[in-house]
Every structure is written in structure tokens, then in C-alpha cells.
Design a binder for this molecule. Structure first.
Ligand code: HEM
Ligand SMILES: *[C@@H]1O[C@H](CO)[C@@H](O)[C@H](O)[C@H]1NC(C)=O
Ligand SMILES: *[C@@H]1O[C@H](CO)[C@@H](O)[C@H](O)[C@H]1NC(C)=O
Length: 231
């Protein structure tokens, strides 16, 4: 009996996963020029501001880690609801205008067809390529979410996490240690605010003010910056 139930479930899952599956040719008939329009919007923005690729890549990561890659990071706060983009770890979320511009270009081609979640996933890939990084195939067909809550950004991995906490955060999302190592390579791009590492440059532990495992010139630049900021 258990075997029969298992088989029936497996059948239902495989049928439903077929219906919702992402695919490389998802927009081939409904919006064949979407990918080119998105790449163009990212390229134009990059020509003006070389910080764009890092911004879009991080935005994609924050989107995917909360409620899956559903575009929820793009939603604005409305009424009493504070959205993800206004949550605490938004310190270096920026360049939302790039996704807005890509969306406008795509809407002009084929209104109401391409999800914002797909646009962000494609833009992140295009941004990494423009920055000189690797390329990858982006399967499409993500649906946009309608829920975005600032409080849920607490479940993003934090800069003070140790390796076990990082591994746990990734495994909760079905990601392996190998994924963690590979995706941490995202930090090849971009910058950090010294405030994100404040715990490592002030009263680190009983014997060291500064974490001795931090790169010394980076640590002293951060100390100088933080001192200047707080007078
Ligand atoms: C492994 C867990 C991760 C932690 C703890 C983490 C933490 C951080 C922190 C603290 C910053 C600096 C924020 C600031 O002070 O401005 C940052 C920036 C950044 N993160 Fe991560 N991150 C993680 C994973 C990822 C992943 C998976 C990606 C993408 C593949 C990514 C891409 C980026 C990028 C591109 C920036 C620079 C943003 C910019 O310069 O505009 N991060 N991350
Ligand atoms: C980050 O959140 C603050 C409020 O918490 C908000 O004023 C600011 O506009 C947000 N930044 C972005 C890029 O959305
Ligand atoms: C402070 O941290 C350093 C580097 O991790 C370590 O070598 C040292 O033993 C720590 N001191 C205390 C009192 O924990």
C-alpha cells in the first residue's frame, strides 16, 4: 500500500513539476526579444556606472534567499507593510532603476508576459558577464510574488556568521557546501561598508581590538573610517 501511495505521489509531483518547470525557451514564442532588451538595459546602466553589476548580483541573491526567486526584493513598502527593500540589510541594495528600465523595455515589446523575477535573474547574469565574469544559462518561467516583508530579511545570512551557520542557511534552501563556496565567489564584485564588519574592528575579543585574521591594511582603513564617522 505504501508503495502505491508513493507511486501516486511521485506521479502527481512529476506532473505538477512539469507544469511549473522553468525552461530555457519559456519566452521564445511570447516574447522572443525580451532577453536582448534586458541585456541592453543592463549594458546602458553599466556604461554610466560600473557599480551596477555588483548591485544587481546582490539584489538577485537577496531576492532568491527570501521566498525564492520571486521578485519580492523589488516590491515597495505599502501602507503598514514594510517591504524587504526597506529592511536592515538593504545597506548596499541599490540600482533598482536598472530593473525598472529593463521592465519598461520588455513591457513595450510584450506587455504582461515576462515576470520581474525572470528579469532580475537574467539581468544578474548579464551584469556578471559585463563585469568580465562567467556566463550561465538562465531557465525562465518564475512567477512574481506579491508578499515582501522587511522582517523576513532577518533570515539572510549575516556577515558575522561562522561556517556552520552559513552552511545551515544554505542547506535550508536546498543549497550544498559546494554551492556555498561557489556562490561566495559573488564577492569578487563590489564593496562592503565598514559598518558591516564593525564587530571585527572594535573590542573583537579580550586580547584583540581588531580581529587578527583580517587583512591588516583593510582593517586599519576601516578603523580610520569608523573613527572619522563617530568623531
Ligand atoms: C554566504 C553568505 C553571504 C553573506 C554573509 C554576505 C554578506 C555580504 C555583506 C555583509 C556585504 C556588504 C554589505 C555592505 O556593507 O554594503 C555583501 C555584499 C555583496 N554580496 Fe554578499 N553575502 C553572502 C552571499 C552572497 C551571494 C550568494 C552573492 C551572489 C552570488 C553575494 C553577492 C554580493 C555582492 C555582489 C556584494 C557587493 C554589493 C555592492 O557592491 O553593491 N553575496 N555581502
Ligand atoms: C533602505 O531602507 C531605508 C529605511 O529602512 C529606506 O529609507 C531606504 O530607501 C532603503 N534603501 C533602498 C535602496 O531601498
Ligand atoms: C582572540 O582572537 C584571536 C584570533 O582568533 C585568538 O588567537 C585569541 O586567542 C583570541 N583571544 C581570546 C581571549 O579569545
Amino acid at each position: 500500500m505504501a508503495v502505491v501511495v508513493a507511486l501516486v505521489c511521485a506521479l502527481i509531483f512529476s506532473v505538477s513539476s512539469l507544469g511549473n518547470a522553468l525552461s530555457s525557451n519559456y519566452y521564445d514564442k511570447t516574447c522572443p526579444n525580451a532577453e536582448a532588451a534586458i541585456a541592453d538595459a543592463v549594458e546602458k546602466a553599466f556604461a554610466n556606472d560600473n557599480k551596477v553589476p555588483a548591485a544587481i548580483l546582490r539584489m538577485h541573491f537577496h531576492d532568491c534567499f527570501i521566498r525564492g526567486c520571486d521578485g519580492s526584493v523589488l516590491l515597495k513598502s505599502v501602507g503598514q507593510n514594510t517591504a524587504e527593500k526597506d529592511g536592515p540589510p538593504n545597506v548596499s541594495l541599490h540600482a533598482f532603476y536598472v530593473i525598472d528600465n529593463a521592465k519598461k523595455a520588455v513591457e513595450a515589446l510584450c506587455p504582461g508576459v515576462v515576470s520581474c523575477a525572470d528579469i532580475l535573474a537574467l539581468a544578474a547574469r548579464d551584469a556578471v558577464v559585463l563585469a568580465g565574469g562567467p556566463t550561465w544559462n538562465v531557465p525562465k518561467g518564475r512567477k512574481d510574488g506579491r508578499v515582501s516583508k522587511a522582517i523576513e530579511t532577518r533570515s539572510l545570512p549575516g556577515p558575522a556568521f561562522n561556517i556552520l551557520q552559513l552552511q545551515q542557511s544554505f542547506s535550508q534552501r536546498g543549497l550544498s557546501m559546494e554551492d556555498l563556496v561557489a556562490l561566495s565567489g559573488g564577492h569578487t564584485l563590489g564593496f562592503s561598508h565598514c559598518s558591516s564588519f564593525e564587530k571585527r574592528i572594535r573590542n573583537f575579543n579580550a586580547t584583540h581590538d581588531i580581529d587578527p585574521t583580517m587583512h591588516p591594511s583593510f582593517a586599519s582603513a576601516c578603523v580610520a573610517f569608523v573613527q572619522q564617522r563617530t568623531g
